[in-house]
Design a protein around this ligand. Structure first.
Ligand code: FO1
Length: 327
């Protein structure tokens, strides 16, 4: 009996990746899916270890995410944050009362010597998440953003939440990345994947801090299977968050073609939205195969259709490449 559900490994950031995974689990066996998740948004706040992208994906796959915010839990209360307000403005980063339990559990387990990989698996299991959730590294990597107006370097969350990503940036760096290493589990998930997918997350602060972790690109280039990405930029805009602005501010092209150029060293196929069909030729000139389809995940049904398109694009590419050049 052929293995109906291929091994799928998804390179993930936060909300866009979570939405894609939500659709993917409806068309593929969750036990055959691994998510390699960005940890450079992570921070310690109130002495608690907070991993926003891991939690966004965990809560989304557990169907517990708040659908309007796209992060944190639905039916959340904010009594702790209100009470904290009495002492000043440490409550700039909103941690819901139920969400706090996750950060307390993660912090306690890390202090007992567990790795972030172990803790992430324990929390995923407590939420009955079938997909294997893997932080890309157990090491601390922190996205640092330099704001153009003051020249000050701030943390990702100070930029994203503190300023509501309203300030222009002149540079981004990932503090600690040179000393970091891809985990054995994440490297294995890449090595054994029949298809690797780059989810539609922010190329600068969600996907780059995964691809740039030492060992990730090496694992990707050692594969023979296909690597398929979904453009997070549609019609020159990001569907959510600052990705298009960040690309512009860093002198990069904020378009489907710009994304193909960024990822041409790792991807074979780029799924682009119908509105970007005119970019197909330029994308193929980057050595990347364009695949034009509806990429707007406005409903679980459309997320599932997108996931099906990704799997067929990946299969199409890999069969074509194994058959060698067309006669
Ligand atoms: N995003 C906000 O815009 N405001 C917040 O107060 C906020 C709190 C928060 C708490 C836990 C968590 O897991 C995510 C949270 N986010 C918040 C989102 C967070 O900034 C993520 O890093 C972004 O979603 C980008 O991935």
């Amino acid at each position: 009996m052929p293995d109906l559900s291929p091994n799928i490994t998804v390179i993930c950031g936060g909300v866009g990746a979570a939405r894609f995974l939500r659709g993917l689990v409806r068309v593929a066996d969750p036990a055959s899916i691994s998510a390699i998740i960005n940890v450079a948004d992570d921070m310690v706040l109130h002495g608690l270890s907070i991993s926003p992208d891991i939690d966004t994906i965990t809560y989304t796959l557990a169907d517990a995410i708040d659908p309007d915010r796209g992060w944190g839990l639905r039916n959340e209360t904010w009594r702790a944050m209100e009470a904290l307000g009495r002492y000043g403005d440490r409550n700039w980063f909103s941690l819901g009362d139920q969400d706090l339990a996750t950060h307390m559990q993660r912090t306690a387990r890390l202090s007992e010597g567990a790795s972030l990989t172990e803790v992430t698996a324990e929390i995923a299991s407590a939420w009955d998440v079938g997909v294997t959730l893997l932080p890309v590294t157990n090491n601390t990597v922190s996205t640092r953003v330099t704001r153009t107006d003051t020249g000050e370097e701030i943390s990702f969350q100070e930029y994203f939440v503190g300023t509501q990503h309203s300030v222009a940036i002149s540079s981004v760096r990932f503090d600690g990345i040179e000393q970091a290493r891809v985990t054995a589990e994440a490297a294995e998930a890449i090595r054994t994947a029949d298809i690797v997918v780059i989810a539609p997350s922010n190329p600068i602060v969600s996907i780059a801090p995964v691809l740039d972790i030492p060992g990730v690109r090496e694992a990707l280039s050692a594969r023979t299977g296909s690597c398929v990405a979904i453009s997070p930029i549609v019609g020159g805009e990001a569907l959510k968050g600052p990705a298009a602005n960040m690309l512009h501010e860093l002198g990069l092209e904020a378009s489907a073609t710009g994304v193909a150029q960024l990822w041409s060293d790792v991807i074979d196929v780029l799924l682009i939205d119908d509105v970007d069909a005119a970019h197909a030729l330029a994308i193929s000139e980057c050595g990347v195969t364009p695949f034009v389809t509806d990429t707007i995940m406005a409903s679980p049904t459309r997320s599932s259709a997108l996931a099906r398109s990704v799997l067929s694009a990946g299969h199409l590419h890999s069969t074509r490449s194994t058959q060698g050049p067309t006669p």
